[in-house]
Design a protein around this ligand. Structure first.
Ligand SMILES: [Zn+2]
Length: 267
């Protein structure tokens, strides 16, 4: 009976599409997963610049109307941003080349707050992913997998967020990330579209080999880093939309990330 109903729904949906019905956004709650860019935006300790907004015009013009404009400058890898595969794979997709199918997709949220609170250099394990799947079902190919550590609550306090506010290569970074085996499972076996996290990097703070970045980049999988508001998403059921500025040849860049939740599923 269920499959007959399912078939009917498919037919109904297909005919609705054929008649040009569009996405009805009143049926969704929209959640912003993006930190604002400003003078407090957290950048990697070795970044040679930070986000700057320069006022180029402001005020009433001779024509009698108000006019303002700014220019901005920012490293690619600070604030809420995308890592294109080119970040860790020569020949990988650059920012402008990442397929939109990887940037607009169903999202799941794996919650490791408890583990990260117990150990700030915690790395997502294969067992964590398997436990998620036992509770919420198998992660389908093409899914955006977000890891919730709870770290966005420390933003933009560099000391608490990064583990060390020191600038330069000597910073002793300490925050949670994704372990190698979990990353292989998500990227190579589950064929995730994209990996995201609410810390500064998908590799944990002390990492020196950036193995999670390298595994994903080799398979064309981009990352989202410095996400926020993951507490407002259900474990599954959201649609994630992450659109970076289309920088040709870039290795990443600022991105506005939002999630659409079916209205009745908002926690
Ligand atoms: Zn990055």
């Amino acid at each position: 009976m269920k499959s007959v109903l399912g078939a009917w729904f498919t037919v109904l949906t297909a005919s609705a599409t054929a008649f040009g019905q569009t996405l009805d956004l009143t049926q969704y709650t929209i959640v912003d997963l993006t930190h604002p860019f400003n003078e407090r935006t957290v950048f990697w300790p070795t970044a040679t610049s930070t986000f700057t907004l320069n006022r180029e015009a402001w005020g009433e013009t001779p024509g009698g109307y108000f006019y303002s404009s700014f220019s901005f400058c920012t490293p690619e890898h600070g604030g809420t941003h995308l890592d294109a595969p080119l970040h860790f794979a020569e020949g990988g997709n650059s920012t402008s080349e990442v397929p939109l199918e990887r940037l607009i997709a169903p999202g799941v949220v794996i919650d490791v707050r408890e583990q990260a609170d117990a150990h700030r250099n915690y790395r997502l394990t294969r067992a964590d992913v398997e436990a998620f799947e036992r509770a919420h079902g198998r992660i389908a190919p093409g899914t955006i997998v977000l890891v919730r550590t709870g770290w966005s609550r420390f933003w933009p306090d560099r000391e608490r967020y990064l583990g060390d506010a020191t600038l330069g290569a000597d910073a002793r970074l300490s925050f949670p990330g994704l372990g190698e085996e979990a990353t292989r499972l998500l990227v190579e076996e589950r064929r995730a579209a994209l990996l995201g996290i609410d810390t500064a990097s998908i590799d944990y703070g002390p990492s020196t080999d950036f193995i999670a970045h390298r595994i994903g980049a080799a398979q064309g999988v981009p990352n989202l880093e410095n996400l926020t508001n993951l507490d407002r998403l259900p474990p599954r059921g959201a649609t994630v939309i992450a659109l970076p500025t289309k920088i040709e040849g870039g290795s990443g860049g600022p991105v506005r990330v939002i999630a659409l939740l079916p209205a009745e599923r908002s926690p």
